[in-house]
Design a protein around this ligand. Structure first.
Ligand code: GCU
Length: 340
């Protein structure tokens, strides 16, 4: 699969070089082809959300646009696919916030361990469109416009051996996303951080290059990591979104009416993705337990939280771009607590 992915990337790169796929996008049969890249399988909630995006665009603007979705890192791993979106070789990409950190440091906020007090508070924060619009504008200067968010769940450690306490992480080599904040977090937990792209993780665990990784439950099944790592520990260190990111010139080139349709398609896709999420997680847990022999371990989360208490302060000191957002999240957390 990796080989196929690389071959496909090479083909797209050649197409770009040959000018058949240009910064202005490609036109086939009179229709503008809108390409979307993502890293997940076709069963993943994000793919289902994107199918709803495609359907809405083609229902409303089908005479002008055809939407093509490329799953499984076919157009390249997250960092590469964001760069292709930046240059306009493709039009949209879905990527984790950690991958956006190198494009704008505002996105480091989501890598802050234990930022949200609960999943509900995270959803309240993310669904506040007025507030999030300011966050989405952060990457404008890099030529990227974030359109909406998808639930990417809660991230937890999983490995070849069980992790019950933070001490069990000592000396382990854990894959992290290619983000400085994630590297710091894993180091603070006492493990060695090994940044690499998502598609490389399976083989790295299998070959013993790393001992484990950290992610949501779907990594076990959709990405088959449960075949090579049998212990998944609920330390819940991050609750994070993925972003639907557009090439900014593409968005700016739309008429007002078209833009409204693209925005509505993004909203619908986010809704569909979120609706699918919980059921997919339950199913993944069942498959991982019953068919893959993965053991899910409940841990004392407070002990893990203590371990990275300084990371929050350090991040706020080092990165002025996240300070206001951090305080806003605290307000959301406090408000939700008051209402409980
Ligand atoms: C999840 C998340 C992706 C992210 C991936 C990773 O699948 O949805 O956006 O890239 O984890 O850990 O790389």
């Amino acid at each position: 699969m990796r080989k196929k992915g690389k071959l496909f990337t090479v083909c797209v790169a050649l197409a770009v070089a040959a000018g058949t796929l240009t910064g202005c996008g490609s036109v086939t049969g009179g229709k503008r082809i809108v390409r979307i890249s993502h890293a997940q399988s076709e069963e993943h909630p994000e793919h289902l959300g994107l199918l709803a995006f495609k359907e809405y665009i083609e229902e409303n603007l089908g005479d002008k646009y055809e939407v093509q979705i490329y799953p499984n890192e076919l157009l390249g791993a997250a960092q590469k696919a964001i760069e292709l979106t930046q240059t306009g070789a493709i039009d949209f990409v879905v990527a984790g916030t950690a991958n956006l950190e190198t494009f704008d440091k505002t996105y480091e906020i989501f890598s802050m361990p234990y930022l949200f007090d609960s999943e509900q508070m995270y959803k309240d924060f993310m669904n506040d469109e007025n507030y999030m619009d300011q966050v989405y504008e952060a990457t404008d200067e890099s030529g990227l416009r974030v359109m909406t968010w998808y639930n990417a769940g809660t991230r937890n450690f999983y490995a070849k051996k069980p992790i019950h306490t933070p001490d069990d992480l000592k000396g382990l080599k854990i894959r992290v996303q290619q983000s400085p904040a994630s590297v710091n977090m894993v180091k603070a937990f006492g493990a060695a951080a090994s940044p690499m792209s998502f598609g490389e993780v399976y083989t790295a665990i299998q070959q013993g290059v790393i001992d484990g990784a950290e992610n949501n439950e779907l990594a076990l099944t959709n990405n088959k990591h449960g075949e090579v790592a049998k212990y998944f520990s609920y330390d819940m260190h991050q609750t994070v979104p993925d972003m639907l990111i557009a090439n900014r010139n593409f968005i700016n080139g739309l008429s007002e009416d078209e833009l409204e349709i693209f925005k509505e398609a993004a909203r619908i896709s986010s809704r569909v993705e979120q609706e699918e999420w919980d059921a997919c997680i339950q199913e993944a847990k069942k498959i991982a337990t019953e068919e893959m022999g993965v053991e899910f371990i409940d841990v004392d989360v407070a002990r893990f939280r203590e371990k990275v208490a300084d990371v929050q302060n350090q991040m706020l000191e080092d990165n002025p771009k996240i300070v206001d957002i951090y305080h806003h999240v605290q307000e959301v957390n406090a408000k939700a607590k008051g209402e409980q």
